[in-house]
Design a protein around this ligand. Structure first.
Ligand code: ATP
Ligand code: MG
Length: 401
């Protein structure tokens, strides 16, 4: 893409009311725009990153048998009354329709997916099933000061699995846990598994946490046995597994997996006809990742004083081609290099802007954070070369075209 055509521009300063580092950098670099607290527009550069994160997740969830659907964001009050969450979920956005109709905006989709799968699954032969979607969720979060880390409208991949019995649910839970580790690794994040409260039905749920000073969660870290626990659930600094004193670290929860067991299938009366005889309860698991929070977390852990440093797997482009060409012959050569890169299948942002200084182009390039910077100028073209620099590196290589 030609940068001269990009309708967004980099900004020298972030909005004054934006206190989080991820949003400051993402707004200044032109990835997102803030509409109001906790609600952002994804601009062309930002949408490319979000889609790459979503596609990594999609590939790994497809690989563990997830079937993708797209459920509505709007859902009827009745379903939320069945599970007790119309009054029980404090962050639920509620809407009044015409007449006496009331609706909720999806904060999570158990109330939609459970009766959905129930319509198709009748017998043991229909199980197990795993269904997921990638969609925006709405939560009336009291604090929305952390940029993409805590949105009131935010993107989520939510997977729900349905099983004949607890053992099958347990086995699939481990499969998804392993898939999550792969996903975060592919996104360039070092996410650690943390034990967290399991609600009323399970001893634990498991969170995937990225340690960083700007995280909202406190995690007890045991340096001896390597087990981690969210502070929300424990008060004892001593590790329950090996007894040593633990340290507390700030972290960002990028994923969460839950054994729901029959918590949602029971209120909807979702049973199946068993192989031996009679009706049995369906066991469920649910598994969430926030792609928009993942994007914020990547920026929190990957930046320097100049701007963002994207991992190659989710960068908006592979190459930032910067043209310092001034005369017509050089501009033609730079255009040809751009054409060749595109033809060879590279994703290139081409800074072809006229009248912008080299210094300003380099500063923008650092801010945007594309992994490879290629510079063409009269000097390099004379040598039939481009200057290649990695975003993280200091050294510059002169490479023959
Ligand atoms: P938190 O404890 O941070 O409020 P949660 O435990 O309520 O999150 P889940 O309901 O398990 O989150 O949601 C699954 C995933 O969705 C989370 O792991 C996180 O990646 C993402 N997520 C949750 N809430 C938000 C939010 N307000 N903004 C952005 N992403 C979110
Ligand atoms: Mg949580």
């Amino acid at each position: 893409m030609r940068q001269s055509q990009l309708f967004t521009k980099t900004l020298r300063e972030a909005p004054k009311d934006e206190v989080s580092l991820n949003a400051q950098l993402l707004i200044r670099a032109g990835f997102v725009d803030k509409l109001m607290a906790g609600v952002y527009t994804y601009l062309p550069l930002g949408l490319r990153v979000l889609k790459k994160i979503q596609n990594i997740i999609r590939e790994e969830i497809d690989a563990v048998g997830g079937q993708e659907v797209l459920m509505p964001a709007l859902s009827p009050k009745e379903n939320w009354e069945i599970t007790g969450r119309w009054d029980g979920l404090d962050v639920l956005f509620k809407l009044a329709g015409t007449g006496d109709k009331e609706y909720a905006l999806g904060a999570s989709h158990e109330e939609v997916v459970t009766p959905l799968v129930q319509r198709f699954v009748k017998s043991y032969k229909d199980l197990p099933v795993a269904v997921y979607q990638i969609q925006n969720k709405f939560r009336n979060e009291p604090r929305a000061k952390s940029g993409l880390l805590r949105g009131r409208e935010f993107n989520m991949k939510d997977l729900y699995s349905f099983h004949r019995d607890e053992a099958d649910m347990d086995a699939y839970y481990e499969t998804v846990s392993a898939a999550y580790s792969k996903i975060f690794q592919r996104c360039g994040l070092d996410a650690k598994i943390v034990e967290a409260t399991g609600g009323t039905f399970s001893k634990f749920s498991h969170e995937f946490q990225v340690f960083t000073e700007h995280g909202e969660d406190d995690v007890y870290v045991c340096n001896k046995c390597g087990k981690n626990q969210n502070k929300e659930l424990v008060t004892d600094l001593k590790c329950p597994y090996c007894g040593v004193e633990r340290e507390i670290k700030k972290a960002i929860e990028v994923g969460n997996i839950f054994k729901l067991k029959t918590k949602y299938s029971a209120p909807f009366g979702f049973k199946y006809s068993a192989e031996d005889s009679g009706e049995k309860d369906v066991f469920m698991g649910c598994y969430g990742i926030g792609p928009s929070r993942v994007m914020g977390a990547i920026v929190e852990v990957g930046h320097d004083s100049g701007g963002i440093i994207w991992p190659e797997s989710v960068a908006p482009f592979e190459i930032h081609l910067i043209s310092l060409a001034k005369d017509e012959a050089d501009i033609k050569l730079a255009d040809e290099i751009y054409g060749k890169l595109i033809k060879s299948g590279k994703e290139v942002l081409y800074d072809d802007r006229a009248g912008v200084s080299a210094g300003a182009k380099f500063a923008d390039s650092d801010l945007i954070g594309i992994p490879y910077r290629y510079v063409v100028s009269h000097k390099t073209l004379e040598q039939n070369s481009v200057e290649v620099k990695k975003r993280r590196a200091e050294e510059i290589d002169l490479v023959k075209i």
